[in-house]
Design a protein around this ligand. Sequence first.
Ligand SMILES: Cc1ncc(COP(=O)(O)O)c(C=O)c1O
Length: 380
Amino acid sequence: MLNKRIIPISLPVTGQEEWEALKEPLISGWLTSGPKVREFEQLFAERHGVKHALAVTSATTALHLALVALDIKEGDEVIVPAFTWVSTANVVLYCGAKVVFVDIDPFTFNINPEDLSKRITSKTKAIIPVHLFGLCADMDKIKEIAGNIPLIEDGACAAGASYKGTPAGGLGTIGCFSFHPRKSVTTGEGGMITTNDDKLAEIMGMLRNHGASISEEQRHHGAKPYMLPDFNALGYNYRMTDLQGAVGVVQIKKLDQFINEREKWANFYTKELDSIPWLRTPKHGADYKHGWQSFVTFVDEFKSPASRNEIMELLQQQGISTRPGTHAVHMLNFYKEKFNIQPSDYPGAQAANNYSMSIPLHNRMVAEDFDYVVSVIKAL
Ligand SMILES: Cc1ncc(COP(=O)(O)O)c(C=O)c1O
């Protein structure tokens, strides 16, 4: 066994370059959304093969704006996977609409298409497929079932991922991304909306800036900077700062390098851990380019030496951080009590909630860290 190490579940790769990039907006004094955010948006749009990319404050606010732009309101239903981060469902409630959960496939952790077809009603106004942990949902199957219902990709974890050669963010009507520090590229907090629809881009661009008819930058640099714009809709302040934009410009250029490194180590984990009978490593078809935001395994408690939670505790004692992949939203107190849902109503999500285990995979880990994780898990 190698000497004990401390390995966090995730660590962002930020340093001198990001530090240098922050100087420009700080010295120029343009701190809110401006030239750096525009540059970041352009690079993000190019990398993801989409016409429009709009930076916002988080994936949560991106998802919220997407729903508002699609005019989701009281009386409407929006379908959300039961196993995802809570905000994928929360945003539906922000709009006064009804969350309809769909079960997931515990092998991919993404929407179970068969269950999706049972959840659609005449009130379904949008579906939010989540590309969980960086693996795209099976969008062709979902589209076939959804027909004309708009699809909002929750690609919070999926920057740089693709499906049948098309990058995440261009697979549905609108795509939403996160730059939280646990994602492959980060701006501290932050999000991005993508779309190929000019009208939706215009609406979401306006809504992120209080509903103003022009941006602050357009006004300041326009002919009449002293005139306040008109406000055409009930909007929000979801603007990304240029400080974040400057960091984003540096980070997005490293995305492919980060993913390639993660892919190499994900393959190493798979090769080394696949012989363990109680641990299932993530698998995906050849049509998918995984973004490897996380490496999420599944503990088979019928075969494992201890329960999933005990295994997480044993690993923690040896310096290895783990987490459940994410949570089943229908099992969280707020949803359980408000909507009177049973855990077993969504068995795939329930299993993923109870038995998934994310092990460390990030770009600050070195070969010895991966060897250590593998040797400790094998010795359990
Ligand atoms: C699937 C999913 N959706 C949405 C979010 C929310 O992202 P943010 O923290 O940028 O609001 C997350 C964050 O972890 C996520 O994993």
